[in-house]
Design a protein around this ligand. Structure first.
Ligand code: GDP
Ligand code: MG
Length: 438
């Protein structure tokens, strides 16, 4: 969360229903957060209006405070606006499915043709043909040929000034070779002009693409909206590819384009490599626009995966001092179910982009080692950690393939954790800070 937004939300700590004052405090900050993310001004205005209506009088869930509740509403609404679910490409009932890439110069059309070919090959075992339809810069044809070589995919090109004709011949070639996908690269300009549009229209008439994808550079922010409108007026666009999301843009363009044109964003580009393409996830984008990592995903994960009853049972065991290695393993599995620990850390706002944590190694392997050690214990040993004498420890080490030192260390840590947790359940939360890993 942006710092400002975080501060504003911290002040909202009441319970019960969301009040008008809560909303007014929060909406000012949400508006700024969206504008900072380069969302179109008008889109922001409509959005805030919608949120105010949605949030007023809403019950605040037990586990959240009003600020968090408002953020959840904002996040849900943003997600809804961007389409809720991932949209896939249109498939032609007969081969080939034709995809035409359009957009301004330098947005990533040619690169995306390559990325998409690679994606289709990986996911559908496709046999695509690429058509070089940008004839104005000799380097453009060469660039596509190199991409073709890298992927081992054929590229159709021709020394011809008529792009529509090149595309026609390319499609004949695809028919002959029974390619199941044809990806057409086209020229761009620095800005939309009539000549470019005429050419693209003629290509469309020849190719009847199943997908006409507008490639938009996410870094261009608000300007992207006008470009999308312009292209959409002249061509029947079917979707958007938002590139360069690996930059530090918050991706407000995604929301604006979607709101203004209604076109789904289908893919995103996250880098220059041919593998840097992802399907678009509205929920992740919403969190990114708000600048809160994937905090909500984390909250949801925690809610889903951690059974409250289970937790209560553990606490009970702590109080009664019957927490044993079986419970220890159960708990560890709960944590593992939430996903890889380094991913979880990245989702926590303020931690995700903390440079100190950038290279941290989360001991995922270590958890597996601990589990191996516990699984090498007899049921009796798991229930009574106190009987683990040196000879038993030696046997466990041999059985689990870990060293005796490691087994000893693990048992010691288990005992320390247990002690610590026991203090906590008795209300001495001050000790929490000393827990290993906290
Ligand atoms: P075109 O003029 O629209 O065909 O654009 P290109 O495909 O030639 O790409 C222009 C530049 O942007 C190249 O240097 C690409 O490597 C780069 N590029 C394309 N997509 C991405 C992306 O998702 N992230 C980053 N960082 N660079 C990209
Ligand atoms: Mg190009």
């Amino acid at each position: 969360l942006s710092e400002r937004l975080q501060k504003a939300l911290k002040n909202l700590t009441g319970k019960g229903k969301i009040s008008e004052a809560d909303i007014n405090d929060a909406s000012r900050e949400i508006r700024l957060a969206l504008l900072e993310a380069d969302v179109n001004f008008k889109v922001v205005k409509d959005f805030i209006k919608k949120i105010k209506k949605e949030a007023l009088g809403k019950e605040v869930q037990d586990s959240l405070n009003p600020g968090q509740q408002i953020i959840k509403i904002v996040d849900d609404e943003l997600t809804k606006m961007m389409g809720e679910e991932a949209v896939s490409l249109n498939k032609s009932p007969h081969i080939p499915t034709i995809i035409m890439m359009v957009g301004l110069q330098g947005t990533g059309k040619t690169t995306t043709v390559g990325k998409l070919a690679n994606y289709l090959m990986k996911n559908e075992k496709a046999r695509p043909l690429l058509i070089a339809g940008d004839i104005y810069r000799p380097a453009a044809i060469e660039q596509l040929k190199q991409i073709g070589q890298q992927l081992d995919v054929p590229v159709y090109s021709e020394d011809n000034q008529d792009v529509a004709e090149i595309v026609k011949h390319g499609l004949e070639e695809a028919d002959k070779n029974k390619n199941d996908y044809v990806l057409i690269d086209t020229a761009g300009r620095l800005e939309i002009d009539e000549q470019l549009m005429d050419e693209l229209k003629r290509v469309t008439e020849v190719a009847h693409p199943d997908n006409t994808l507008l490639v938009v550079d996410a870094m261009t922010g608000q300007a992207a909206t006008q470009v999308a409108e312009g292209f959409n007026n002249d061509l029947d666009l079917t979707g958007i590819v938002l590139t360069k999301l690996d930059g530090d843009t918050r991706g407000g363009a995604a929301l604006s384009i979607r709101a203004v044109t209604g076109l789904p964003i289908i893919f995103t580009g996250q880098g220059e490599k041919l593998t840097d393409l992802s399907t678009f996830h509205p929920d992740r984008m919403a969190s990114r626009i708000l600048g809160m990592g994937d905090m909500l995903t984390l909250i949801e994960k925690a809610q889903q995966d951690y059974d409250a009853k289970e937790a209560e049972k553990m606490a009970e065991k702590m109080r009664e001092n019957t927490f044993d290695f079986n419970d220890f393993i159960d708990q560890m599995e709960q944590v593992q179910k939430m996903g890889p620990l380094d991913q979880i850390i990245k989702m926590i706002p303020g931690l995700g982009n903390n440079p100190a944590l950038k290279n941290i190694q989360i001991p995922e392997k270590q958890i597996d080692h601990i589990k191996a050690i516990v699984y090498s214990m007899t049921p009796e040993e798991r229930e009574n950690p106190d009987i683990l004498n040196p000879s038993r420890r030696r046997r466990i080490a041999a059985g689990s393939g870990r060293s005796i030192a490691e087994v000893n260390r693990m048992i010691k840590q288990f005992k320390q954790s247990k002690e610590m947790m026991q203090k906590m359940t008795k209300g001495d939360m001050g000790e929490l800070a000393n827990l290993p890993g906290m």
